[in-house]
Ligand binder design. Structure first.
Ligand code: MN
Length: 160
C-alpha cells in the first residue's frame, strides 16, 4: 500500500496535513490497530473513516457519517490511503487546496479484525471507540454496468 496518490493530491507547503511516510507507521503485529473518524467540513460535510492496515490508514468517505444503530447502513466511498500520522490530524486545510476546510477528530480508538479482508471485498471488525463501539462490516458494492468508479462500499453496524 503506497501513499503516492495521497502525496500527489497535496501541496505540503500549503496544507498543514502530514506529508507522512510509511516509516512513521508502527511496526509490530502485536500492537492493537487504531481507527479514527475525522469530521471534515469541506465543500460538503462528510466523515472520513480510517482503519490502520499494513502501516497506512485505509480510508473511506462516509457522507452521512458512520451508523450508530444496529442494522443501519451507510455509503462509504473508498479514498486514497493516508499516512499513519494522519490519525492525529485536526486543523484547517486552506482554500485552494485539496479538501479545503476544517478537519476535527470525531472519534478514535482501536479495532479488531473479525472476518474477511479488504482484498476479499468484505470484512467485519469490532470498534472500540468513544462514540463507535461494537461490530461493524464493510462490504464492497459490485460496480454497475457502465460505471467507471468502483469505490463504493457499505458500512453497516452489526448486532453484537
Ligand atoms: Mn475528507
Amino acid at each position: 500500500m503506497a501513499l503516492g496518490t495521497y502525496k500527489k493530491k497535496r501541496n505540503f507547503r500549503e496544507t498543514p496535513e502530514p506529508a507522512g511516510s510509511r516509516a512513521e507507521s508502527r511496526s509490530g503485529r502485536q500492537k492493537p490497530k487504531i481507527f479514527v473518524v475525522q469530521k471534515h467540513d469541506a465543500t460538503r460535510l462528510h466523515y472520513d473513516f480510517r482503519l490502520e492496515m499494513e502501516g497506512v490508514l485505509k480510508s473511506w468517505t462516509v457522507p452521512k457519517g458512520p451508523p450508530k444503530k444496529v442494522g443501519e447502513k451507510r455509503l462509504a466511498v473508498m479514498t486514497e490511503d493516508h499516512p499513519y500520522a494522519y490519525k492525529d490530524f485536526a486543523g484547517v486545510i486552506p482554500e485552494g487546496n485539496y479538501g479545503a476546510g476544517t478537519v476535527e477528530i470525531w472519534d478514535h480508538g482501536i479495532y479488531e479484525m473479525m472476518k474477511g479482508s479488504v482484498g476479499k471485498g468484505h470484512f467485519s471488525f469490532v470498534l472500540l471507540g468513544k462514540k463507535l463501539k461494537g461490530p461493524y462490516a464493510l462490504a464492497h458494492l459490485p460496480s454497475k454496468e457502465g460505471e467507471r468508479e468502483d469505490k463504493n462500499w457499505i458500512l453497516t453496524k452489526l448486532k453484537a
